[in-house]
Design a protein around this ligand. Structure first.
Ligand code: RUQ
Ligand code: CUA
Length: 679
């Protein structure tokens, strides 16, 4: 099934682009000279399909010939699908959906095999302890970095809904760990990794009664509610998060929003935007104001600047307190130790993005047509000189706006997020205007001779853009090739598929980031969730496995103790437990008849003993909700109770061979008390 669908998709896509490709060649070379008969055909095709020379040029820019590979790989959050999408660029072909927070049957994630079951269970919060979460709202993917460059090892992603973090191992593109981050119920800020992947950061969205797990009425919001900025320690060998070596900084009950990592000159710092420093709690139904009205009264909210290198030292010096299993630096300690500063940002901002030089921080005005650009050198100088305008209600020093701002640029209506090229330009998404604005940063980073802090270009997008991402965009050396606009609405861009429309990714050519105008190349409908953010890595940085070494347990990435080779298959009974070591290869399972008794515990270890690329098998048992994908070399374990008597068919769910349909067997569950003896 999967193979057929994939083939049809690629064929349709390739067919469309080939037409445009060949037609375009006709245009550029032979437009006016008269055409050879071949080119005349192509002209005819272009005419018949109503393609303009411009269309054909764009098709050429996006086209990746059948069998050829994309230059970039985009990791896109899958929004409330809970998953991550892997998309080739520039072709914009979907390469994979990675299961993270939601069960995903085609990958056997959450359907009886221990990899998915354990990973999903590990992500269940301990406070409250009784929730089996089966979805997430993925927002901000963060690739691991070395020296400020994506290194292709790991990918982290946050769950906006439940304050969790997922870790994906890019050796096999599978989720290896879900972490319910203590003291964070909902998350937004981050994810980002520090420039050498020491930590992956996530901060809370809405504050909660503190410490997490207690209760306080909203009337005690200011006194009792708190947020947290979590610095989660990454184990370099496995990519896993180690909570024992992680820490949090307590945050005031503002609504912490986006966040970004310092780099180069600002390395060692993290920045988190906020809104609702008014600490409004809503209450339209209780005689109060709506949250949106209450949260927009003040002229300024606060950008939070956190010195994580200093925080790390403070934790080592024993000045943090364990709360719900993680070291927490209190607001008091953070203020006293010079870890935490507040910087006024024009009201209700969105987005905070650090430029590749690490010097400039750009904040989107959201309701105001400006972006505000801060200068880290000024922030550092003001903090060192204690040049404060005062402190907030929680004792955190507030820097003076005028002392730290570098400039403001009027970019257009609804500025949200900013990305950067290597030529000193920022590119800001304009949600209300449905456009991307390109402007210049400060003198020292602008390489084009344009004046600093000026708008230099704008391109319409379709429609309601949220994030945007540039190839290698969050590194210290962005590739000035493509920009992807992540549009929340598509309205009329695609065939109507019911009232729930696809989201729309749009591919924009950056023309090398110089002074030329941005150019729209292609649309890509996204048929699942609301993808929030993406990071785009050069494809040759990824070193993914194409088969597992024989007998690999994907959970640990080591050889499974239950791996077998052909001939070692066996069944053992121990009281009411039946343990089976099974092999899978084209086109049979060995053993292919399993005899158990009703109520037996069945422990099944299945090894795909093949070492051929793409020779994946599946293993599914009818009526038992068991389904796994067994990639070549993989050993997977199941553990279930044979609770229903009957003869159940099990079969391979991947069309693996000409005799795939014959790759099946029987789970015979003899009724309790049956005279027939199971082994
Ligand atoms: S945020 S659309 Cu959830 Cu990344 Cu600004
Ligand atoms: Cu193995 Cu189909």
């Amino acid at each position: 099934m999967k193979l057929r669908a994939k083939t049809a998709f690629v064929a349709a896509f390739a067919g469309m682009v080939l037409l445009a490709l060949t037609a375009s060649a006709a245009c550029s070379d032979n437009d006016k000279k008269g055409a050879s008969s071949g080119n005349a055909d192509l002209d005819a095709i272009a005419q018949e399909r109503g393609l303009t020379p411009e269309d054909m040029k764009h098709a050429l820019q996006q086209f990746v010939p059948p069998g050829s590979h994309d230059e970039y790989v985009m990791f896109a959050s899958g929004g409330h699908s809970g998953q991550v999408l892997v998309i080739g660029m520039p072709s914009m072909r979907i390469l994979k959906v990675i299961a993270v927070f939601s069960p995903e049957p085609w990958q056997g994630y959450g359907y009886g095999a221990d990899w998915g079951e354990q990973t999903l269970a590990e992500g269940n919060p301990t406070i409250p302890a009784d929730t089996d979460l089966t979805w997430g709202d993925t927002h901000h993917p963060a690739l691991s970095e070395t020296g400020g460059e994506y290194d292709g090892r790991y990918l982290y992603i946050n769950d906006r809904a439940n304050g969790r973090v997922g870790m994906i191992d890019l050796r096999d593109f599978r989720t290896k760990q879900l972490v319910a981050v203590p003291n964070i119920q909902t998350s937004h800020g981050g994810m980002f990794v520090t420039p050498n992947s020491e930590y992956v950061h996530v901060s809370s969205k809405f504050p909660e009664p503190w410490p997490a797990g207690s209760y306080a009425d909203l009337t005690e919001y200011q006194q009792k509610y708190r947020g947290a900025s979590a610095w989660l320690k990454i184990d370099q060998a496995t990519g896993r998060i180690n909570l024992d070596e992680s820490f949090e900084v307590e945050l005031p009950p503002y609504t912490q929003d986006l966040a970004d990592s310092g780099k180069k000159v600002s390395e060692g710092w993290g920045f988190i935007g906020s809104f609702n420093t008014e600490m409004a709690t809503g209450g339209i139904s209780e005689g109060g104001n709506s949250l949106e009205a209450g949260a927009s009264r003040n002229n300024f909210d606060y950008l939070h600047a956190i010195n994580w290198k200093k925080a790390e030292e403070v934790v080592k010096a024993g000045k943090a307190e364990k709360i719900n299993g993680i070291n927490v630096i209190s607001l008091e300690t953070a203020a006293a130790e010079g870890i935490f500063y507040l910087i006024p940002e024009p009201k209700s901002p969105h987005g905070i993005d650090v430029d590749p030089s690490g010097r400039y921080m750009v904040v989107g005005g959201k309701l105001d047509p400006h972006v505000t650009v801060y200068d880290f050198n000024k922030i550092k100088a003001a903090a060192d000189a204690k040049d404060f305008e005062g402190q907030d209600a929680f004792g955190i020093p507030i820097l003076k706006f005028d002392s730290v701002v570098a400039g403001q640029v009027e970019v257009g209506a609804g500025p949200l997020h900013t990305q950067f090229d290597s030529q000193g330009h920022g590119y800001t998404s304009l949600f209300l205007e449905s456009a991307v604005a390109k402007f210049t940063l400060g003198d020292d980073v602008v390489k084009t001779g344009e004046a600093p802090f000026t708008l230099v270009d704008k391109i319409p997008v379709h429609y309601n853009i949220g994030h945007l991402a540039i190839t290698e965009g969050d590194t210290v050396t962005p590739d000035d090739k493509y920009l992807v606009a992540l549009n929340k609405w598509s309205i009329d861009r695609f065939l109507t598929v019911g009232p729930l429309h696809p989201q729309n990714f749009q591919l924009i050519d950056l023309k090398g980031g110089g002074t030329e105008k941005m150019e729209m190349i292609a649309d890509m409908p996204i048929g699942v969730g609301e993808p929030h953010y993406t990071q785009i890595i050069k494809a040759d940085k990824l070193k993914a496995l194409d088969i597992y070494p024989a007998g690999t347990d994907p959970t640990t990435m080591t050889t499974s103790t239950n791996a077998i080779v052909a001939g070692e298959e066996k069944v053992e009974r121990n009281g009411n437990t039946v343990e089976v070591w099974m092999s899978a290869q084209r086109s049979h399972f060995t053993p292919d008849i399993l005899r158990v008794k009703e109520g037996d515990r069945v422990i099944l270890h299945v090894t795909n003993i093949e070492q051929t690329k793409d020779a994946t098998h599946g293993f599914a048992i009818s009526q038992y909700n068991v389904q796994a994908s067994l990639e070549p070399g993989e050993t997977t374990n199941f553990d279930f109770i044979a609770s229903k008597a009957g003869a159940y068919n099990f079969y391979c769910t991947e069309f693996c061979s000409a005799l795939h349909l014959e790759m099946a067997g029987w789970l015979l569950v003899e009724p309790a008390g049956s005279a027939v003896a199971a082994p």
